[in-house]
Every structure is written in structure tokens, then in C-alpha cells.
Design a protein around this ligand. Structure first.
Ligand SMILES: Cc1cc2nc3c(=O)[nH]c(=O)nc-3n(C[C@H](O)[C@H](O)[C@H](O)COP(=O)(O)O)c2cc1C
Length: 311
């Protein structure tokens, strides 16, 4: 028997596997029982209606995907009144991803989510443009990242506050420490890395908005390195995301210091990828004589190591 439970601050998850924001919706219930996941994560919700970016918004590359979706959505009122009743049908804890254009807008929306029954945690997507900083993403620098985090912390009470970091920064450890000091309960590492693809026949970018966020298999070593750096910089739990498609990928992220993982692009290839990751983690632990998946966290970090095999 392998214990798959993992703790993310005050929240205990039945297993460490959950979807990455924006790559998953409740409609997947037609494919498998969503309550088998450690948690459910919504696509990013914005305070107001957003049309999203110009088409095309998705472009396949050799070993990953570029997207410039632009967080289209009907806004927070619609989410709370129309989408939440659907999400409440599931037992798995619901993590609501939140994106906003200013510190004040993050705080207002976080306060409303904290007052909404059925929200188990907020995942603040601070990779979005900050209108008060000339459109640069909050997550690019420690100060705006901390300001958004502190403003949300003040209004959400005991509700777990996760903050999703961006690879598009020069010093992710500094951003991680600032966000931890500002009161985050966990860090999600990482959002997509900026990339570009060009159609050489038309000499135009393949995505309608030019640049996009890169994800999928080729992003994995970068995301893994970010988790490794962040896990050594902070004491709060880290949730790893980037190119995870199989259990072995998830094991790498756990060993690099993550307490849980998210699966994004791989779900587009195989809608049941997350279930295979869960079962593969169980098999890996059993094969190695490890009683609990939580023991894998940080095993590859300097001065740690795999736990001794159980008797
Ligand atoms: C089509 C698409 C939409 C996404 N939408 C969001 C989003 O709304 N909010 C967010 O925080 N991340 C979003 N992401 C980023 C993913 O959650 C994840 O951080 C990233 O794709 C890396 O993981 P992966 O390689 O497993 O896909 C999106 C990614 C893709 C591919």
C-alpha cells in the first residue's frame, strides 16, 4: 500500500496530481471520474469580461505548443453564478485560478472568491500584464509580485493562497522569496515561457498576437530547473508544472522539491494522462519500497536523497 496523500499547507490532497490552469474543464468528466484527481484547477478567471487575443491562438511546434489565448472569459460574476454550481458537483478540492490587471483588482476578486462556497484555494496567475507597470507581468519582478500577493493575503483570511510564478524573469528565486514573504501559502512553478514561431511563406508570426507562451515536452527541463531553484529558496510548498506527461516526469519534479504536480499540454494529447501519472507514481513508490509519495519531495536536492526502502 502506497500513501499518495500530499499536504499543500493546510490542504491535504488525496494524491499530488492536478490539471494545469487553462488546459482542463469540467467537460472532461465525460472521459473519466474527475474526483480521482488530487485537485481541480479552473482556467484563469478575470474580474471582467475579456474577448481574448486575435486568432490564431494555438500553434504546434516540434516539441511543444505555443499559445496566446489571452484569457478570454465572461468575468467573475458569471463564474460565481454560472460555473461554480457545476464545479461544486465534484468532491476533489477546487482551486480557482485568478488573473487581474491591477493590485486592487486582484484584491477585490480574491475577496469575492474567498466568500464563495466551494473554493478550496486561489491560484493567483500573476503572469498577466500589470496595467500599472506598463503592461509588464507582475511575476517578472519581486516588488509587483509581492504587492499583488500581499493585497490578496489581506482579504482572503485562512483561504489557501497559491501564487503561480513565471519563467519570464531574470531571478525566479528572488520573486519566489518576495511572494513567500508577502504571505503566499504555496508557489506554482511555472507558467509558460515566451516563444515565437514564424510562417516563412507570409513572413508573419504564426500566432495572431505575435509572441506566445511555450509549453509541453521541450519546456520540461526548464520548468524542472525553476522548481529546483525555487524549492531551495523558500520554505512553503512548491507545485511543479511544465512538460509533465508521464509518471517519471512527475517523479523528477517531486525529487526537485515539488510537493505536487500539474499536467497541462499532455492532456491535449491524451485526456487520461493525469490518471496514468497517478497510477505510475503508485507503481514507482511500490517498486522502490517507498511508503508515501510525499517522501519523494526534494529527494534530489543537495544533502537529501531517497528514503531508505521500507522493511
Ligand atoms: C492552451 C493553454 C492555455 C493556458 N491557460 C492558462 C491560464 O488560463 N492560466 C494559467 O495560469 N496558465 C495557463 N496556461 C499555462 C499552463 O497552466 C501551464 O503552466 C503550462 O502550459 C506549462 O505546463 P505544460 O507544459 O504541462 O502544459 C495555459 C497553457 C496552455 C497550453
Amino acid at each position: 500500500m502506497v500513501d499518495l496523500t500530499t499536504r499543500i499547507g493546510s490542504l491535504t490532497l488525496a494524491n499530488p496530481v492536478m490539471p494545469a490552469s487553462g488546459t482542463f474543464g469540467p467537460e472532461l468528466v465525460q472521459v473519466f471520474d474527475l474526483d480521482r484527481l488530487g485537485a481541480l484547477v479552473t482556467k484563469s478567471i478575470t474580474p471582467e469580461y475579456r474577448a481574448g487575443n486575435p486568432l490564431p491562438r494555438l500553434c504546434e511546434t516540434e516539441a511543444g505548443v505555443l499559445n496566446s489565448i489571452g484569457i478570454p472569459g465572461k468575468g467573475l460574476d458569471h463564474f460565481i453564478s454560472q460555473a461554480m454550481p457545476e464545479w461544486r458537483r465534484f468532491r476533489a478540492p477546487l482551486v480557482v485560478s485568478l488573473s487581474a490587471p491591477s493590485v486592487a483588482a486582484f484584491a477585490d476578486a480574491a475577496a469575492r472568491l474567498a466568500a464563495t462556497p466551494g473554493v478550496a484555494a486561489i491560484e493567483a496567475n500573476i503572469s498577466c500584464p500589470n496595467l500599472e507597470e506598463d503592461g509588464r507581468a507582475f511575476a517578472m519582478h519581486p516588488e509587483p509580485a509581492a504587492a499583488a500577493t500581499a493585497a490578496m493575503r489581506r482579504v482572503v483570511g485562512d483561504l489557501p493562497l497559491w501564487v503561480k510564478l513565471s519563467p519570464n524573469t531574470g531571478d525566479i528565486a528572488a520573486v519566489a522569496r518576495a511572494v513567500e514573504d508577502a504571505g503566499a501559502d504555496a508557489l506554482v512553478v511555472a507558467n509558460t515561457i515566451l516563444g515565437l514561431a514564424i510562417d516563412i511563406e507570409t513572413a508573419r508570426p504564426k500566432l495572431g498576437s505575435g509572441m506566445g507562451g511555450f509549453s509541453g515536452p521541450a519546456f520540461k527541463p526548464i520548468a524542472l530547473r525553476l522548481v529546483w531553484q525555487v524549492a531551495q529558496a523558500v520554505r512553503i510548498p512548491v507545485i511543479g508544472v511544465g512538460g509533465i506527461a508521464a509518471a517519471a516526469d512527475a517523479v523528477e519534479f517531486l525529487m526537485a522539491g515539488a510537493s505536487a504536480v500539474q499536467v497541462g499540454t499532455a492532456t491535449f494529447v491524451s485526456p487520461t494522462a493525469m490518471l496514468e501519472v497517478i497510477e505510475g507514481l503508485r507503481d514507482f513508490c511500490a517498486r522502490k519500497g517507498i511508503r508515501g509519495v510525499a517522501e519523494l519531495t526534494g529527494a534530489a536536492l543537495p544533502r537529501t536523497g531517497l528514503p531508505q526502502a521500507a522493511e
